[in-house]
Design a binder for this molecule. Sequence first.
Ligand code: AHR
Length: 498
Amino acid sequence: LRAHIHLDPQAVVAPVRRRTFGSFVEHLGRCVYTGLYEPDHPTANPDGFRMDVVDLVRELGTTTVRYPGGNFVSGFRWEDSVGPRDQRPVRRDLAWHALESNQVGLDEFARWLKLTDSELMLAVNVATRGILPALDLLEYANHPSGTALSDLRVANGTPEPHDVRMWCLGNEMDGPWQTGFMTADDYGKIAARTAAAMKMADKNLELVVCGSSGSGMPTFGDWERTVLEHAYDHVDYVSCHAYYQVHDGDLGSFLASANDMDYFIDTVLATADHVGHKKRSAKKINISFDEWNVWYLEEHMASQEAGDEWRHAPRQLEDVYTVADAVVVGNLLMTLLKRSDRVTSASLAQLVNVIAPIMTEPGGPAWRQTTFYPFSITSRLASGEVIRPATETPAYATARHGEASVVDAVATVDEDRCSVFLVNRDLRKSAQVTIDVRGLGSSHIAEAVTLADADVYAKNTLAEQHRVTPYANTSAALADGVVTIELPPVSWTAIALR
Ligand code: AHR
């Protein structure tokens, strides 16, 4: 199996957007409680945050973190989660059938984010609240001082405003599972009014209106059109959410999940641009791909307990990821990079324990899932501008996603480094790949790492935390401006050239 890639430094897509490496923390399961926050843990800081997790998040290289939901936000009263902790109420979270103690709220989470050098992206509850609570939260979070709610924040121990730039207008409002879900028409109207009011407070906010919860939603396309017809002038982004998994053992289709992400992006942009054209607007709406990942949702639905018990921080959505899952995550991130011209923000859902690259055990260790590696390495190596490579590769037919290329690639280039990210989707054969980098003036290979395993279902677990790690790909060589490298079956690879 052979593939050839030509890298032309003139084939620039867009700058690498740091926000592509965003993530997502929801009050769900053990993401916050016993994930980020565990006051009794040996590594806890005075705020109760686990520093072993902070170290891993820093290594992961996240940039923005969306918070506090997700479906959770549609039942959330933000006021419950600020002020003296002993006075915060315990509430029922209907979305995940759990108890929320509110021991972590906006002020604590913003402090945690500073430890990880990440930017806060905040969601407001449009579903079951309304315009005034959203404006109140904005005042509490961003107004410097001298008003009732900014002074309350100061009194609560946060003198400086959080200065949150990106705000989500609710979450997955097209989904019947959403508390207070709406028709596109109803949501478009309330989103437009909420956005307009928020921009009266600060015209420089970046507002994200809810798009579809997946390209398979029955309302996909019409939803975006209707919502944007109402809200186009007041918002900056439309969201996309997509989760992928192996269906019926069909690994070939699963490995081509990026085809669906591409189709999703194309369709949303075509729809948004169509609405923009109808409005004769010079403005472009970009995509915030603010939930994406592998998620074994079918298994989750099948295992949902019917019981009535309300528990705090139950183990929920704790998917344990395989090598194949990591290859798909790496490939989806490559797709987001390739679309950096219009996908200017994204969030891997989620960050800790809940469909997450980082796992923890209460009182015990924190470790990296397989999916941790392609994300952290790409975040570290992607810089400068995204280059769209010309790729000659065999293709294969998939049951779910049409024809897929066997080898997929993207590259980034800055003054002193060129990084190439690749996958081989073939289930059995290695790919012998040549990469023509003559236009780039690179002199040597600084790094070449591959994630692959003879067992594509190998995982990292509490008992075997380092079962799967990336390894140096010693087949990589650079001679006469051409890189040669062997990519094992079902593998993800990064090469850094200097
Ligand atoms: O990330 C898990 C859930 O997936 C989120 O709460 C929701 O927005 C989506 O359906």
